[in-house]
Ligand binder design. Sequence first.
Ligand SMILES: [Fe+2]
Ligand SMILES: [Fe+2]
Length: 472
Amino acid sequence: MISAEKIPNNVNLSGNKRLQRALEHWQPKYIQWWRDMGPQGFQDYHQVYVRTAVSVDPEGWAHFEYVKLPEYRWGIFLADPVHDRRIGFGDFFGQPVWQEVPGEFRNQLRRLIVTQGDTEPASVEQQRLLGQRCPSLYDLRNLFQVNVEEGRHLWAMVYLLHSYFGRDGRDEAEELLERQSGNRDKPRILQAFNEPIDNWLDFFMFTMFTDRDGKSQLMSLSESSLDPLSRTTRFMLTEEAHHMFVGETGVARILERTCQLMKEAGFSGDVRKLGGIDLPTIQKHLNQWFSLSLDLHGGEVSSNAASYFANGLKGRAKEETFGDHLITNSHYSIEFFENGKAATKDVLMRHAMNEILRDWYVGDCAAGIERWNRVLEQHGMSDRLTLPDRKFNRNIGMYSGFHFDPHGAPVSNNDWERRRLEWLPSVADSEYLLSIMATPIYEPGKFANYIAPPRRGINQQSIDFEYVRTEA
Ligand SMILES: [Fe+2]
Ligand SMILES: [Fe+2]
């Protein structure tokens, strides 16, 4: 049975002794990494009410219990196979999917899996200090739920590396524990995963926008011809949904509280004087994490992306909803920026795959902003949050050499330097946020002054349930 094994799984690990031994060898290194780089101060004396995946069916991944974090049962779970699944796009359209890695695509697939895998432990590292500044036990529990699941996503990728990439895969699995978020010599691969997340506004924006990039990427990988990659990412998506719930409702609750404080402060008054988070600060953090997450989708015109599509490695989000799955001769319009002017040009659609995924992502984010604005509307506020233009604050792709304001209008270097702190968080903003989060709230049912309580608790527990308890 699953529960009797050292590594919970639904991949019949005990039927492959070599693989089982290799993963059992990696496991203590993973636990050591979790102790060193995971939630600081919450390793040995706290029990957390978390959901643990014990199988992939709905009951099996909605199993809640108290666990000490290092004893969480990280496992390997693949979504059920689809009978007679066929390749859904690219040059091999219609052929049976692969159960093994074809030699000619080994390097490309390894790169995709390592890049995805690297983001998972990175976010745990970025968030490791947040427990000491939490706004409530409810939020603390949600943070740890996200953290343990990102740990499990690392397991998901390491399982693929160990299973299908031999010695190289095992080496990559080791390196996934060696790179460190923000480390000067050995940073994480992607820039957004090297940015510190030391306050809860950043955490909620990260789970809203950067975990949603995770959703983009997992959706496109779940279309992959490599069937085990498709199945593992399909199950990861079910967990990812909770991460975005945490981000979206976290910011919504801050907005709710900000509106209350604005009323108390008499609208023209300064919400910060009442210990709240003012709307301009919220907008700046939104700008920051949205633009960083746009970068994660890669360059607008990309021959790598074209080749991933052609080879059937990475599809479009919801590939089945498109009419043409080969797109050998289709074109796609992209806004170029040349000689100080925007100009729309057609490129081969296969080369625009990153941009097509980014379109899906921007749409999904925009829907979230609408929901946030409803909170402002319900409180009778005329202020609204907005998504910045996708050219704003980019460090990857064709806009990266230029500056744009949040509406997408070009600005000079000088103007950018002069005005960037109107649009992006400043050191003073961070200091302010840290000052109101300096004292963590560990009392059940109590919430920090800058955030409203949630509508309901987790797993039908009450809001004042003891979501994290200290061992006597
Ligand atoms: Fe993840
Ligand atoms: Fe996530």
